[in-house]
Design a protein around this ligand. Sequence first.
Ligand code: XIL
Length: 378
Amino acid sequence: MRNLRPTGAAAALVACAAIAAVAANPSAPAHSASGSAAAEASVPANQPLRTLGALDNLRIGTAVNTDALASDAPYAQLVGQQFSTVTPENVMKWQVVEPTQGTYDWTAADTLVAYAPAHGQLVRGHTLVWHNQLPTWLTDGVANGTIDAAQLRDLLHKHITDEVTHFKGKIWQWDVVNEAFNDDGTPRQDIFTQLLGPDYIADAFRWAHQADPHALLFYNDYNIEGPGAKSDAVLALVTKLRSEGVPINGVGIQGHLGTQYGFWGADAVAANMARFTALGLDTAITEADVRSELPMDNPKTQAQAEGYSTLLQGCLLTRRCISFTVWGFSDKYQWVPGVFSGQGSAAIYDENFAPKPAYTAMQVDLATAASSRGEDEQ
Ligand code: XIL
């Protein structure tokens, strides 16, 4: 059961939404025939993810490939139908928005930022500071010494200020700093750490907050779903940031899993998230996917469904876990095969947009959480 239960008017709204959803879905089982209050409160699972998520006060999101959104009608239809938040998969990254120093190109990102409110969606901004997908002029300049530490700091300040200002008022959550740690919890030795030292992280959050005081500002990383050296390092970082009054609102847990590795249980995910909640921070699953070594078989497909479930249930168990985003919803446009050799099939829909057991597992988890909330309120 989810702690973020609505009360009063909000609860009434949710109840109405549930009734409307059932009314709109004549194939839903007629639980009310049983006459039991708990049964009347149960929620049919065969509804879009965003509809079910709304019953749990949870936004369900996807990373969006903006080329596919423009050119592939079945893809675009599912983006609008299934998701209540969107993340640009690539088009807000520094490499894309400033390909030539001083010349911005916001075209693709602007398109998605306009698409979202027209479809009742919020936007996760991704990502302001990351060691990957940096413009060549920047990495070359640092490598050949024409960009020194003071200049890099000024360039980073300008990049964050200009990008957050450009989208001011239109971004729900920003991934301000992405992947600053190695798996053993040591700071990643990227150009920012090497030239600016560890304080660039606090500066990045301050600069983003100055540019858009209402956006929720997140630290985002992978392999921090459960306990371990890396999530301990992130916890130490955000504890320090909070104690220094740095404007950080949340921790994004990417959630790139693989069936060959196994997963933390939902209880461990929730316990780990609770460490961040205790600091007054929101949490979110920001990039869920569960890859496998190919070819697929039934046990891997089943394990994949379990992987998505552990992340989603961990989030549903956590007060202030405010969104659950999958990193691409269809294998037709999923990033895994291009990066992890011999692996794939990581998304909740296949390449023909047929939903997999992982999709159904998410529906069932969301409906179960909404149904048990109803029982709790009897
Ligand atoms: C990935 C995209 O999905 C790919 O299309 C791109 O080639 C590389 O980046 N962690 C992140 C994301 O924070 O931005 C990455 O996205 C996946 C890993």
